[in-house]
Design a protein around this ligand. Structure first.
Ligand code: PLP
Length: 395
């Protein structure tokens, strides 16, 4: 009766083990200041334009003549227009029918698999955001792994032997901070079109990109509309982790087995959801307005400066790493071949710095840790000083 794949899932103990270890340490050492570079969450506040939009929308709901009930399941025209305008900045044209408003990237990453058969083979490029492999396991799909590693700069590319029906790509990447250049990503697009595979492109961190050769959207590449679904989020871009709003693009040109995936996804969404709240969509529209985007860019610049500070520190310490430039994460190997957990314990004990062990991100994550740039400037600067002392002591 039940879907047995759920009983075979690896236990989700990773984050509870992490939180428990940090709480235990904090309880036993109340006098020591912990610096948390493990966080994947952003700090507020939201943009004033977003707050004003929320107030206005709340006011509208207070009067029968301006009240809004059910909204279109795939999103309101005004928010789709704002998303389309955002894409146009990258010279990407998407119609309203190709844009789907969601409650965040996690929801759509979890649900997009509804479109594919249970035997569709899923390729996960790892280390990766753990949901890609987990949702595929839940659906009982065969999973293939392609390893990111030091040799390929944590940006694995398809080879003549790479064979799969679906592939999850995340660029800029969580956890490695690495980002595909246009020419690298083109190899994936060409591969998918040649194989009739579908790329599930997670663009949650596109707003952090600094280098011109790194595309913000996979649709900047010719041919991508025929092979890719792009899943995006306002979580990290506009501080919406607690608001819950994202958008997914399924282009009209994406057809498999003679079926339009755009039409199938429309059918799926209009059946399984009743859309996102009106107030939230007004907030999203404000986040994508010139004032909202200006505010977000300033917040992101703060995180980018944290990335620069941490990168500089690791360079001074002679530690090789990826990330910190086009993504709010840095990824480094643990010294002396230690596991991520051992190094996590050592940094906690010796420097009171919290990092995320790479073991939480699937194959190839072991023996690494992730540093986040979402901490405060004060914490980041202090952590940088402590990291330098820690690494210098070891030399
Ligand atoms: N994709 C990646 C790579 C992420 O790191 C996260 C959140 O950390 C998500 C998706 C989920 O984003 P959302 O908050 O929009 O559900």
């Amino acid at each position: 009766m039940i879907r047995s794949a759920y009983t075979q899932l690896p236990p989700a103990f990773f984050f509870s083990r992490l939180t428990d270890a940090v709480s235990r340490y904090a309880e036993n050492h109340p006098d020591r200041r912990l610096l948390r570079l493990g966080v994947g969450d952003v700090k507020g506040p939201l943009a004033p334009a977003v707050i004003e939009a929320l107030h206005r929308a709340a006011e509208e709901q207070s009067r029968p003549e301006t009240f809004h009930g059910y909204q279109p399941e795939t999103g309101t025209d005004f928010l789709k227009a704002a998303v389309a305008a955002y894409y146009r900045q990258r010279n990407v044209t998407l119609s309203a029918g190709e844009i789907f408003i969601s409650c965040g990237a996690a929801d759509d990453l979890g649900a997009i698999g509804n479109l594919f058969s249970a035997d569709a083979r899923v390729l996960v490029t790892e280390p990766a955001y753990p949901a890609y492999a987990d949702v595929s396991r839940m659906a009982g799909r065969p999973i293939l792994h392609l390893a990111g590693n030091r040799e390929n700069g944590f940006l694995p590319l398809p080879t003549a032997d790479t064979d799969a029906d679906l592939v999850f790509l995340c660029s800029p990447n969580n956890p490695t901070g690495a980002a595909y250049t246009r020419s690298q990503l083109r190899k994936w697009v060409d591969w998918a079109n040649a194989r009739q595979a579908v790329i599930l492109f997670d663009a949650a961190y596109e707003a952090f990109i600094r280098d011109a050769e790194v595309p913000h959207s996979i649709y900047e590449l010719p041919g991508a509309k025929a092979c890719a679904i792009e899943i995006s989020s306002l979580s990290k871009t506009a501080g919406f982790t607690g608001m819950r709003l994202g958008y997914t693009a399924v282009p009209e040109a994406l057809v498999r087995d003679g079926c339009s995936l755009r039409d199938m996804w429309t059918r799926d969404r209009t059946t399984r959801t009743n859309g996102v709240s009106y107030m939230l969509q007004r907030a999203g529209e404000a986040a994508l307005s010139p004032e909202g985007l200006r505010f977000s860019r300033e917040r992101i610049a703060d995180f980018q400066e944290n990335g620069r500070i941490l990168s500089e520190t690791l360079r001074k310490a002679g530690v090789r790493f990826t990330g910190g430039r086009n993504a709010p994460y840095l990824w480094l190997p643990c010294p002396d071949g230690q596991s991520g957990w051992t190094f996590f314990d050592r940094l906690l004990e010796e420097a009171q710095i919290v990092v995320t062990p790479g073991e939480g991100f699937g194959e190839g994550g072991e023996g690494h840790v992730r540093l986040s740039c979402f901490g405060s400037r004060e914490d980041t600067e202090e952590a940088a000083g402590r990291l330098l002392t820690f690494f210098k002591k070891r030399v």
